[in-house]
Design a protein around this ligand. Structure first.
Ligand code: ZN
Length: 131
């Protein structure tokens, strides 16, 4: 069972999509299995990290920007190579275990859509698999 979600993003940021993933799991009716959250974009990603202190994702964005920044040697004509690099750093998907109809996440964990080249109309997929 696949669920598709739309997301309107700002310029750059981490968007907590945990509640949407939870709703997909709930709607699927699957009690035990796994779910895959996938981002079909080359300048955005998906990651799991702390959802309690919003400074964590702000620090992650800051660190990514300090680590991966524009260079005159870049050849990609669109001019957004840094966004492509950040997307590969975070990855395009995460897999989460489903147990008793709930996502098995740590107390402080949330699932984030990571925008590196917005604002844009984005989407992501949640595939829920029984087993
Ligand atoms: Zn590009």
């Amino acid at each position: 069972m696949v669920f598709r979600y739309n997301l309107r993003t700002g310029s750059e940021g981490f968007y907590n999509i945990t509640s949407k993933v939870n709703s997909a799991v709930s709607e699927s009716g699957i009690k035990d299995g796994i779910c895959v959250v996938f981002c079909p974009h080359t300048t955005a990603g998906i990651t799991i990290n702390e959802n309690a202190d919003p400074d964590v994702v702000n620090d992650m964005l800051y660190a990514l920007s300090k680590t991966l920044h524009d260079r005159p040697e870049f050849r990609h004509a669109e001019g957004n190579t840094t966004a492509h690099l950040k997307a590969s750093y975070t990855g395009s998907s995460v897999t989460v275990i489903i147990e008793n109809g709930r996502l098995v996440l740590g107390t402080w964990q949330g699932i984030y859509f990571c925008e590196f080249d917005g604002p844009r109309n984005r989407n992501f997929y949640v595939k829920v698999i029984s087993g």
